[in-house]
Each structure stands twice: as C-alpha cells, then as structure tokens.
Design a protein around this ligand. Structure first.
Ligand SMILES: [Zn+2]
Length: 61
C-alpha cells in the first residue's frame, strides 16, 4: 500500500507531493528534494496505527 501525501517545503513554502510506503515502518524519515526550489527537506513520516492516515512534517535538513 502506497499513499500520496503532501508536505510544505521548509525552505520556500510550496506544496509538494510525495509517496509513502505503508508497508515500511510506521515512523520513517528520509530526505526529498523540493520539486520547486530543489532544496533538501528532511521528511518525518508518521503513519497512524491502522495505517489509514499519514502525517508528513518537512524540516530543514
Ligand atoms: Zn522548496
């Protein structure tokens, strides 16, 4: 199961989309470059216990 999730770039504030693999750990962190300004966002992914919703926080790497 793969979710599409949105996050706000920590650098330029633009909306980005990413995909989250819900078969991985409930808590994940990885770096994804902003689709607008290309700077690296550290994404903090938290899946709910039932894996039905996902929260994404973007931090400056
Ligand atoms: Zn950006």
């Amino acid at each position: 199961m793969v979710y599409e999730a949105e996050f706000i770039c920590a650098f330029c504030g633009e909306l980005n989309t990413t995909t989250v693999d819900a078969t991985e750990d409930a808590h994940q962190q990885y770096v994804e470059d902003c689709q607008v300004c290309c700077r690296p966002n550290l994404l903090d992914i938290q899946l709910s216990e039932d894996r039905e919703s996902v929260t994404v926080d973007a931090l400056m790497d």
